[in-house]
Design a protein around this ligand. Structure first.
Ligand SMILES: [Zn+2]
Length: 351
């Protein structure tokens, strides 16, 4: 009799134990269940919701700031579930604004000062469906091979069919096409990776200026509009040094010159706050990302941030993992701080 294998080798193609990527510092608060529990324990935060994910999970947002903020900023982590660096940055900011110190006990007086003027809408899990299915909490030390994508990172991130083949990377990473989503083909998927919601829709590839097939993004569009949020920030990670991207002029209905000014000021203020030297980039118009979709529809500011993930090869082999986690969490926090300070220097797009 052939039995179902409840413990298949996938998605992990290596000899080492995948559980080592769950073993993270206590202050690296990124797991779906832990983050949900952490949010339930907050007493000073104002909680609201964007709606429900495709899989029915709550899209919780935590607000800290004055009643009448001068500017508002919405930062979201975990758009791609295994990119936990942004989740760690956001949960540490939540702890800081809740209690006066981050999850390591560090105080950030400049952050506390800017939170008296800027309202922070903080969403640790933009794609909770992916977070809930993620088998890891960290990329630190994980093997990656960009030329041979049968490695750990790609298996975890992209997902694969029941025949073992990875999903087509061009369709998953390229501009949206009807073949990019796997809705309607879910019965052929063995593991859905970290870029899709539970409906098999790419979370960060709107179909066009007007429409995203991901319910999360369509609801976020309403949420940003209803709360008149000035700026949206989407946190990711990959192999580049800390990086900040904005949309090209044709992807915003707002003032692109002010967006460029915000972009440059953010780099300056992030550095001044003790953060990284951000690589600045303007994306090409060949594809839609959420950080283009919201400016196109609302005229608001938006940026995409990429942390330098802890994959093998991104950092020297002898660099202690603790230092990589620390750099990842704090670089994101410094960038959010720099962005909030810079936002006070440009006009609100809603005025
Ligand atoms: Zn990403």
């Amino acid at each position: 009799m052939k039995l179902w294998n409840s413990n298949p080798k996938w998605p992990w193609p290596h000899d080492d134990d995948i559980s080592k990527y769950i073993d993270v510092p206590e202050w690296w608060l990124v797991g779906y269940e832990e983050v949900r529990g952490f949010l339930r324990g907050l007493t000073k935060a104002q909680l609201s919701t964007v709606g429900k994910s495709a899989g029915g999970r709550d899209l919780t947002v935590v607000y800290y700031g004055p009643k009448k903020p001068e500017r508002t900023l919405c930062a979201t982590g975990g758009t791609h579930g295994t990119e936990t660096e942004g989740i760690a940055s956001i949960t540490n900011i939540i702890k800081l604004l809740e209690s006066g110190a981050d999850l390591r006990g560090k105080k950030w007086p400049a952050f506390q000062r800017v939170a008296k003027r800027v309202g922070f809408y903080l969403m640790p899990l933009y794609n909770p469906d992916a977070a809930a299915r993620s088998p890891v909490k960290s990329y630190v030390g994980m093997p990656i091979d960009l030329k041979d994508p049968s490695d750990g990172v790609h298996h975890l991130h992209i997902g694969f069919w029941k025949n073992g083949r990875l999903l087509n990377r061009k369709r998953v990473f390229g501009p949206w096409t009807p073949q990019s989503d796997v809705a309607g083909r879910l019965d052929r998927i063995a593991y859905l990776g970290q870029r899709f919601n539970d409906a098999g829709r790419l979370i960060n590839r709107p179909r066009s200026r007007k429409k995203s097939m991901a319910v999360e993004t369509m609801q976020m569009l309403d949420y940003l509009k209803n709360n008149e949020i000035d700026c949206y920030m989407d946190l990711h990670s990959h192999s580049s040094p800390p990086w900040l991207g904005i949309c090209p002029p044709q992807h915003t209905s707002g003032d692109h010159e002010q967006l460029v000014k915000l972009h440059e000021l953010t780099a300056k203020m992030t550095k001044r706050a003790g953060g990284p030297q951000l690589a600045l980039s303007q994306q090409d118009p060949s594809r839609w990302y959420n950080s283009h979709f919201f400016p196109a529809n609302l005229g608001i500011y938006a940026v995409t941030y990429e942390a330098m993930a802890g994959f093998k090869g991104n950092y020297p082999d002898d660099k202690p993992w603790q230092e990589i986690w620390l750099a990842n969490a704090y670089n994101g926090m410094h960038t959010i701080l720099g962005l909030a300070q810079a936002l006070l220097k440009v006009p609100s797009p809603w005025k």
